[in-house]
Design a binder for this molecule. Structure first.
Ligand SMILES: [Zn+2]
Ligand SMILES: [Zn+2]
Length: 399
């Protein structure tokens, strides 16, 4: 639910918008906390700030909802301790504190010490490395545990969010130092690529969670928007010319790109989603068209986006998380034994093709983000106008 204020003639006015149908006499709830936190953190925040325990459906669920399960899931790598993996609050809280300390330390480097590079290095380590933890159980027994973050853990999600923005800021700083040098151009290109990859991963991961928790719609709308913007800013990097000699940036015309012929997203966007009367069927249709297009494009560009070493190598697909169950369990101790799908694309033609696909993907992300924002804030949402201006600049609306 969202609240919009303002009216010129009648004084202050609040409009309440429901993100889903409300049945007669159904209780209507609003959000007080960051919904990407697991239950224990939400509950503790609500208690310390507002002195109440939330009894909403998600908080009451027993066993915990799929989303809350993912948000606090860690992978225990040494089997002796695997029976401690879930349901042990003492253990979970201990590990959670440790992980939050690492995350906050890295974010602090970025925001307080203006050092995005250090922040990125720390977060890549936090996500990639196996963490050792010596645990003294209440009965005095010592347990040595080796664990790794789950890709949908709330610390992972916040790390993706921070990495996407820290890499982006690093690009700006690097180019401010030396806008022309080839070496800086290449470095900036790789950081811009990582920023795009992490913002896509963040949007894909939270979209996956949105399927079971509709209240995430506001952050997910923003994440798709950011993914779209970051992808388009990566597509515009002039360092692409270093890969494709003789095919310069001015030859790459956005209006010459075939806008997706497989879905009706752009047409619906042009009509401001006016057919859309907040009916579930319409929502499901736009979402399934969007997901069908992006799950089609993503495998063709993901190998390129995650080409650098680092955590992204572990992520087989940033949109479709079917790989999670099997792979995380079986390959838990060998993150580098990753498969080769789609990587190693060196030829110029491939780079040009990838660039066009990244552009298409970016447009889809922007439009879907705008669509979700109309569900939350109505057809005149700010994000909607922002995407309109972004797309008209690129000639896609007039094409
Ligand atoms: Zn609740
Ligand atoms: Zn499409």
């Amino acid at each position: 639910m969202s609240v919009i204020g303002g009216s010129e003639t009648c004084g202050p006015k609040i409009i309440l918008r429901s993100i889903k149908g409300i049945n007669k006499s159904e209780e209507v709830l609003i959000t007080y906390t960051d919904l990407l936190q697991p239950k224990v953190m939400r509950q503790s925040e609500l208690w310390s700030k507002y002195r109440f325990s939330c009894c909403c459906k998600r908080c009451r669920a027993m066993p915990t909802t799929y989303m809350d399960h993912c948000l606090q899931e860690i992978l225990i790598l040494n089997l002796d301790c695997s029976n401690m993996a879930s349901g042990d609050n003492f253990y979970e809280n201990h590990v959670m504190e440790k992980l939050m300390d690492c995350l906050n330390d890295a974010i602090n480097d970025f925001l307080s010490f203006n050092n995005p590079k250090n922040c990125c290095e720390k977060l890549e380590i936090l996500l990639t490395q196996d963490h050792a933890n010596i645990l003294l159980k209440p009965d005095g027994e010592q347990l040595h545990q080796l664990f790794r973050l789950h890709p949908l853990h709330h610390v992972s999600l916040h790390a993706y969010m921070t990495l996407a923005s820290a890499y982006q800021v690093s690009v700006g700083e690097l180019l401010a130092l030396d806008p022309e040098g080839d070496e800086h151009q290449t470095k900036a290109f790789n950081m811009s690529r990582k920023s795009a990859a992490y913002s896509l991963l963040l949007a894909g991961a939270t979209q996956h969670l949105l399927e079971s928790e509709s209240s995430l719609i506001v952050p997910v709308s923003n994440f798709w928007m950011t993914a779209g913007e970051t992808l388009l800013s990566f597509v515009r990097r002039s360092a692409w010319n270093l890969f494709s000699r003789g095919w310069h940036i001015e030859d790459f015309s956005f209006s010459s790109c075939q806008i997706c012929g497989k879905c009706t997203l752009l047409d619906r966007f042009r009509d401001k989603f006016t057919d859309f009367h907040y009916e579930n069927a319409e929502f499901a249709d736009v979402t399934s068209q969007f997901l069908s297009c992006v799950t089609d494009i993503t495998p063709k560009i993901w190998g390129f986006l995650r080409e650098e070493d680092g955590y992204l190598k572990v992520v087989e697909d940033p949109i479709n998380f079917r790989w999670l169950g099997s792979r995380m369990a079986t390959h838990a101790t060998s993150p580098n034994a990753s498969e080769k799908t789609g990587s190693g694309l060196e030829a110029e033609d491939n780079h040009n093709e990838i660039r066009v696909k990244l552009f298409l993907l970016g447009i889809h992300c922007l439009i879907y983000g705008a669509f979700l924002s109309t569900v939350c804030f109505g057809p005149n949402s700010q994000l909607m106008s922002k995407v309109e201006s972004l797309l008209s600049v690129k000639g896609t609306l007039n094409g």
